[in-house]
Design a protein around this ligand. Structure first.
Ligand code: ADP
Ligand code: ASP
Ligand code: MG
Length: 464
């Protein structure tokens, strides 16, 4: 069972999480718990790491004080037993004093490397997991706290986006965690963080606790992996922006992965990789409505649904780059050159579209990378006869429309684009993968929500 930041935002919620775990642990289930940082903490660690790099020592003191208050308040609400409370408070204060030293070090050196950044980011989960663990002990359940590293999750050294080495990790988790489960102890493992082969702390990328959960699920040969969150499951679109969104009770791995990759934030995009191989079902469900059985993700869902379009995602915070020039026409390798420049500069391309004329190419990237992308492209390509024009739009968003039944169904695209046109929205760029599982297109950001609404309605995805 993995509990996201939104489920462990406060001490009261942590107490509720502990109740949920014990409910299942009492009823003949062996449960391993994975927990994220308290809501908002990872974001605040990213920010303070940047401040520390700039040498702002005063901010560090204020930050760690506030962080301590937040976690100590959670301890006082999540744990009743005074002795356990004290024990947990000590873990919190010791951990924060270590963080203080790390940040002060960064401040003096004036350097934040991917390695030291991951170390700073690891503190969010290192603070939340002991509180959850001791909340379980407070309910008279034997529980033991582990960092991802101590649990035995070993990754490559790609700091910030590390990938677990599955065979070695499985071997080690079998030694550390399996014996506890057999004894009826509940292991509580930090999500998101692990260590490379040299024991250096790594993180699995934002939202990576989902990934930790599936890695652990596979290593332990779990019956199911449950991802507890703050919504009822994977929905037809983000329920926070469209309350009429409907829960999707059954999804295939392929559909769920497609949705995660295309911005349905309910799950980390790579989290399904381990379970697909091992064929372990994943259930996404809400801590606030625990009677709702959520979304079940399996290889071949029973009850194949007939809908052509299953879900729509709105991906904000992106920008579109257009690269054009007569020199690109009929020049083998010209697209590759453009992509190589971006790749070498660590800029991930989310979407590409080209015209048969070959005279231009459009790409979508994260908005924050736009400045760097444009200058890299200009320096590498302009004035060399291939590319004569590089333009960008930073006020756009991507709409991704998904559904396995789109495959081979005639007329989906025409129905889709007629709907968008009827909503009075102009499309800037289109891409459809040959898998036909999704169609993605770019519109102006101001039109994003209206477009999602119109599609949601046309394909009858609204709750009735
Ligand atoms: P957690 O803290 O549990 O990891 P996240 O914030 O990472 O939770 O992910 C859950 C959030 O994902 C929901 O609160 C919801 O706003 C958002 N979301 C975006 N698209 C979808 C979707 N299609 N279905 C469900 N949730 C979605
Ligand atoms: N705390 C990490 C993050 O905010 C990991 C997670 O929540 O899954 O990205
Ligand atoms: Mg998440």
């Amino acid at each position: 069972m993995k509990f996201g930041g939104s489920s462990v935002g406060t001490g009261e919620n942590i107490r509720h999480v502990a109740d949920l775990v014990t409910h299942y642990a009492k009823n003949d289930c062996r449960v391993a718990v994975v927990v994220s940082a308290l809501a908002g903490v990872t974001n605040s660690l990213i920010e303070i790491a940047e401040q520390a790099k700039k040498g702002d020592e005063k901010k560090i003191q204020a930050f760690t004080k506030e962080l301590a208050e937040k976690h100590l308040a959670a301890v006082s609400k999540a744990i009743v037993n005074k002795q356990l409370q004290k024990e947990t408070e000590k873990i919190v204060t010791d951990t924060i004093s270590e963080l203080n030293k790390v940040l002060t070090g960064i401040c003096y050196v004036g350097e934040l490397t991917p390695k030291s950044r991951d170390y700073v980011l690891s503190f969010g989960e290192r603070l939340s997991a002991p509180i959850v663990c001791n909340a379980l002990r407070d309910l008279k359940f034997e529980a033991q706290f582990f960092t991802g590293k101590d649990a035995g999750i070993v990754t490559d050294s790609n700091f910030g986006e590390a990938d677990p080495l599955m065979d070695y990790t499985t071997h080690r988790i079998k030694l550390t965690i399996s014996p506890l489960l057999e004894k009826g102890v509940v292991p509580v493992v930090t999500g998101y963080i692990a260590a490379d082969q040299y024991g250096v702390v790594t993180t699995l990328g934002r939202g990576g606790s989902d990934y930790t959960a599936t890695v652990l699920g596979v290593a332990l040969a779990a019956d199911e992996v449950w991802i507890w969150t703050d919504v009822d499951g994977i929905m037809t679109t983000d329920p926070k922006t469209m309350p009429s969104a409907k829960k999707l009770p059954l999804l295939s791995y392929q559909e769920a992965a497609e949705m995660a990759i295309f911005g349905a934030k309910a799950m980390h995009p790579r989290a399904l990789e381990p379970v697909i191989k091992a064929n372990i079902p994943v259930r996404i469900r809400s801590v606030f409505h625990s009677d709702n059985d959520g979304t079940l993700i399996t290889k071949e869902p029973a009850n194949k649904s007939a809908e052509v379009v299953k879900a729509v995602a709105l991906i904000k915070d992106v920008a579109m780059i257009n690269v054009g020039g007569g020199g690109m026409v009929g020049a083998p390798g010209s697209y590759a050159k453009v992509l190589e420049v971006l790749g070498k500069n660590d800029i991930n391309v989310m979407m590409i579209s080209t015209a048969v004329s070959e005279a231009n190419m459009s790409m979508v990237i994260r908005r924050g990378l736009l400045g760097r992308a444009i200058s890299a492209l200009e320096i590498a390509l302009l004035g060399r006869g291939l590319v004569s024009e590089i333009t960008a739009e930073d006020d756009v968003c991507v709409i991704a429309v998904m559904g396995a039944n789109m495959q081979g169904t005639l007329g989906v695209a025409s129905r889709l684009f007629t709907t968008v046109a009827r909503a009075g929205v102009n499309i800037r760029m289109i891409a459809q993968g040959s898998s036909e599982l999704n169609i993605s297109f770019v519109v102006k950001e101001k039109d994003g929500e209206a477009t999602v609404k119109a599609i949601h309605k046309e394909f009858k995805l609204d709750k009735v």
